[in-house]
Structure formats: C-alpha cells, structure tokens
Design a binder for this molecule. Structure first.
Ligand SMILES: [Zn+2]
Length: 607
C-alpha cells in the first residue's frame, strides 16, 4: 500500500519534471530539427563544376539579332539549355556566313529562336529536309505567316492558319504534360501573339489557351524526324518553364537535372514590432498590431506551416532606425526576438540575416532608379559595421543557430555590398534575393558564384499571389522543380501588398498557393533557406550524361555529391524501374528520379 502511494508520487513527480523539461526545451529551443544530410550546405570547395556537360555537340540554336522577339528568345533558350545541361551552340543569322547544311553537321536538335522565317531565306528547304532525315526541330517562337512559313506549315501539322494573330489570355497544359496542369493559368495583359491555326490529326497537342481554341504547344512527326512548335510568344524569364517543357518534347527520352526544393521565407521576422494600430488590422480584428501579430497572424502562419509541412526561414532586422552614418546603436529590446525566433526554430525553421536596419547595402555612388525612400551608407566601413552588428546581435540571442542566409532589404544590393559579403563575411553562405527582373533589385539565377556564395533567388511573394505570380511559379516548377516564396508580417499594413483585402483573404490565398505546391509537386522537398542553397550546390555540380537504348537508359552522374534529382520526359513508351535510383511517376510522361549512385540503369517498356 505504502509502496503504491510512493509509486504514484514518483510518477506525478516524473510527470512534472517531464513537463518542466519540455517547457524548458521549448523556451531555449533545443528541439531544432536538423536538416537531412542530402541538402545540408557544403563547404564551397566541394563545388567544382558549374553546370557543365560531357556530351558532345547536341543542339544548335538559331537566332536573329535584327529581330527584337528573337533577342528576347535567345536569352531564354540559352539559359534554359544551360540549366538543363544541353550542350548547345548559338548562331546569330546576322553574323553567320555559313550554309545551313554546314552548320547542322553533328547536331541532333535545332531550336529556331526566331519568328521571321524569311531570315532563313531559301535555306528553310534544307532545314526541313534535315528534319525529314531524322533531325528534331523546335519552332521556339510563333512564326510569322510568310512564304517560308507556308512552305513548312503542312509539315508541322498546320491545315490552315489565319492572317490574324490569336490573342493569348491564358495557358492550359494537357493533363499528362506539365506539372500543375490541373489549373489554367491566366496571363495578365495578354495580346495577339500566337498563330491562329487548325492542326491535322497527326499533330499531338500538349497545351492550348484555356478555351482550347489556340494550340500553344504541339509536336508532329515528319518522315524520320520530328517538329515541335512552341506557339507562345511572351519570351520572358517568368515563362521559361513553358519553353523548357516544349524543348523536352523533341527527344524520345529527355533527362535534365533539377533542384527539387520548396522554401518559404518570412522577411523582417523577427524584427521590432510596429507600435500602435494598422488601419485594416483594426478594421478586421479590432486590435493593435502587436496583439494581432502574436494572437492572429503568427498562430495562423504556424498552422499553415503544419498543414503544408513548411519550415519557415525568418530573416532578422535589428532596428528600423535608418541610421547610415556614425555610431550604430544596438537594439536592447529583445523579448520579441526570443519569443518569435524560438517558436520558428522549434517548428523546424531557420533564421538568417536581413539587415542591421532596412537600408540596402549601397554606398553614395549608388543611384536608386525607383523612389524607395532609402538612403545610402556613409562609407564602406559603416556599411561593414552594420553587418557586423547584425551578426553580433543575432548570435547573442540565438547562440546555437547556424545562420548562413542573407536576404537584401527590398532585394536591393549594390556591387560593393555584394562583394563585401563574399570577402568579409564567411558566415554568409547564400543570398536569397529575387528571380524576376526589377529596376534596382539584385536579380539572380540559381547558381554558385565565383566567391562560393550560393545564389538562391526567390520567385514569388506576398499574399495577393496574382495571376503573374501563379504562372511564374508554374513555369519554375517545370524548369527547376523549385518553388520559392517570401512574405512580410507587415504585408498586412501595406495596401500595395493587399492590406485592404484583409488577412483572412491573404491567408486563404497563401493556403491555396501552398496547397497548389503540394498537389502539383507531390514529391518536392520542403527545405529551409540553407537547404535550398545545399540543393543548388548539388544541382550546379552535377555533370549528367546518358545513353538511350531501345530497352534501357544508362545515366551517368559525374559530380554527384550524395544525391541528385532529375526530371525525365518519356515521349515514347514508359519507364518501368531504375537500378541505382528511385523512380517516381509524376504524370503520364514525366518522372522524378532520385539517385545516390553515379550509374543508374532505367528500364523502358512500350506503352
Ligand atoms: Zn525586408
């Protein structure tokens, strides 16, 4: 009897101790989950290849410097082919003096990054003959309706073409073609930009406008070869994945490496919480900003994270005072940082650097093209001190957190600021700025820079998530198999970022976007900012090479560090299994391959 009472006491005491320890752990944030090994950031000397390829001659890209549409298209195709590791040469028709037949020697594929086929003169005949003999050719832009077009139109499956261009207001992929095909993607400010055609029954349609009236991507076999037409005229960075996917239709089997990562950043978080009220927060929730952040916004964000398996990357701002000269005073008020920062870390998230204050790293020689209300730093030393102070501040609060991500305030970063980070701050291992071009922004590609810093651009942002962001996200999913989003707590205070819509609406948009990523990219890895950088390092270092046989494919991955990911487009037949890798079928024709060994054999079968 006595023993039993004693036992109960012990278990109650143990229970209390356990609760106490859990609270302690939560408070000091020991429960940080470590990143899986295969996306952990590597020392920069491990990265020795820069998107190289070992394959021989493969693709010739023909463009025309005299044509503005072609000038835009060559930029798209050059980068897309580099990223997909397609060995290619670009030939500018303005400078070229060789005959097409001579030029084509040794290539198996051609991309016509031109819309005016007349610039090929009568050589369109040799080009079409080359396809007839087994070549694969992509019309990389909607062609103008000219004599040369009329010469090839029947061969590319066109029964009739109207004189007028068709308006393209949206993009709809067939089910088994691109990832995210369940939705139609509206295009803001669409215009008459595509050939209005009727296709014959031998043409295979892959994408069209939402109403199905304008074919946007199709292929057609021609004698021993094949044509693909990308009848989509908006040659902008946002749409790269649409061009990449069209290119992937040329070969029977096409394999390209991908990043395979999805991240969500919260800029200015933690940071000093604004005092007082926000107009729309007060309207909808009848509370001040500080209360709203802690009682509504942040709990909602944590719920969204749990629901969609997202570990946020928060970017620290020490103060909103805009001092850029003289002494940079430390922020002594740190309770918010402990509160929000540790909760974010406990959820599996990560913290990084955003700024001592919100002034971009720019010196007096920098001129803002846009009026953003920013100053410049008095001199290099003060600019340098601002980052030193930010690092001191951050590591005093989060001594166990290894911070490596830097996000430039408002995505602005001068050349001097950029090189300073590489030279003076080895802590900064990756920069997450922006993917799409702006006026003052530090615009990036997914790559590793010469100073070893990993460039991990963010693709879309905010809670409005308009049509342009949606189609950009869709395109990037199909090119790099990547998704990258950022937002700010103070989106809810800024009308330009949707404050007047109210948090309930913005939250629903976010939930919808996160759900779209879950559905469109079932197998995508959810990572933090440093995980994204680790994924980019491995992606950049990969030098793939593969041979396609009737029954199998052998894939060699030079530069493999620990694991690598590929998307495989099977235009002919199916893929059954992979020896040395894991194969996952994403849709009718697209597979995700994970490999941890240099050599993989993939078994093909018929339909
Ligand atoms: Zn910011």
């Amino acid at each position: 009897m006595k023993n039993k009472r004693f036992g109960e006491l012990i278990s109650v005491a143990l229970g209390f101790t356990l609760i106490f320890v859990l609270l302690l752990v939560e408070r000091i944030g020991i429960l940080y989950t470590s990143a899986s090994n295969e996306d952990v950031l590597l020392m920069d000397d491990r990265i020795v290849h820069d998107k190289e390829t070992r394959k021989g001659k493969e693709c010739l890209v023909i463009w025309d410097d005299a044509n503005p549409a072609s000038q835009k298209a060559i930029k798209i195709y050059d980068q897309v082919l580099t990223d997909m590791r397609v060995p290619h040469d670009n030939v500018n028709l303005v400078e070229n003096e060789e005959k097409i037949q001579t030029l084509l020697k040794g290539y198996s594929k051609v991309v016509l990054a031109i819309s005016d086929l007349e610039s090929l003169d009568t050589q369109i005949i040799e080009l079409a003959d080359w396809v007839g003999e087994g070549g694969r050719l992509l019309f990389g832009l909607p062609p103008y309706k000219t004599t040369n077009f009329n010469y090839v139109s029947g061969k590319i499956g066109v029964i009739s073409a109207s004189e007028e261009y068709a308006k393209v207001d949206d993009f709809a992929s067939k089910e088994g073609y691109m990832l995210g095909a369940a939705r139609t993607y509206p295009i803001i400010d669409g215009y008459e930009s595509a050939l209005s055609v009727v296709l014959d029954s031998d043409a295979k349609l892959y994408a069209s406008t939402g109403d199905g009236r304008v074919p946007l991507v199709w292929s057609r076999e021609y004698q021993k070869g094949k044509f693909v037409v990308c009848n989509f005229g908006y040659a902008e960075k946002a749409y790269r994945g649409i061009y990449a996917s069209a290119f992937s239709l040329l070969d029977d089997i096409f394999i390209y490496p991908v990043i395979n990562a999805s991240t969500f950043y919260i800029d200015d978080f933690p940071s000093p919480v604004p005092a007082g009220n926000g107009e729309y927060v007060k309207r909808d929730y009848n509370m001040g900003i500080a209360d709203f952040y802690s009682r509504v916004w942040w709990p909602d964000m944590l719920n969204l994270g749990r629901k969609h398996d997202i570990q946020y990357t928060g970017l620290i701002i020490e103060t909103y005072q805009d001092t850029t000269e003289g002494e940079l005073k430390a922020n002594e008020s740190t309770s918010n940082y402990y509160y929000y920062g540790n909760m974010l870390l406990n959820q599996g998230g990560e913290l990084g650097y955003h700024g001592y204050n919100h002034q971009p790293l720019c010196l007096p020689n920098f001129t803002y093209k846009q009026e953003l209300g920013y100053k410049t730093w008095a001199d290099y030393e003060t600019m340098n001190e601002s980052i030193r102070e930010l690092i001191r501040f951050s590591s005093s609060i989060f001594p166990n957190q290894d911070m490596s991500v830097y996000v430039p305030p408002s995505d602005v970063l001068s050349d001097e600021g950029r090189s300073m980070l590489g030279i003076d701050f080895p802590q900064v291992k990756c920069i997450a700025s922006i993917y799409l071009e702006g006026q003052d922004e530090y615009v990036q590609e997914f790559e590793v820079s010469e100073d070893g810093i990993v460039e991990t651009p963010r693709i879309v942002s905010g809670g409005i998530l308009d049509d342009y962001m949606r189609i950009t996200a869709f395109a990037e999913l199909n090119l790099h198999f990547v998704s990258s989003h950022f937002m700010h707590p103070d989106d809810l205070l800024d009308e330009d970022r949707g404050a007047d819509l109210g948090w309930a609406v913005l939250k629903e948009n976010l939930d919808d976007y996160m759900g779209w990523v879950d559905e469109a990219a079932v197998k995508i890895r959810h990572v933090t900012g440093s995980g994204m950088a680790g994924a980019v390092q491995r992606y950049v270092n990969l030098v793939p090479d593969y041979q396609v046989e009737d029954k199998s494919i052998s894939l060699n991955s030079e530069g493999l560090i620990d694991s690598a990911y590929y998307l495989i487009r099977a235009n002919e037949g199916q893929l059954d299994e992979a020896y040395g890798g894991e194969l996952y079928k994403l849709n009718d024709t697209l597979y995700l391959l994970k490999t941890q060994s240099e050599k993989v054999t993939i078994i093909r079968s018929g339909d």
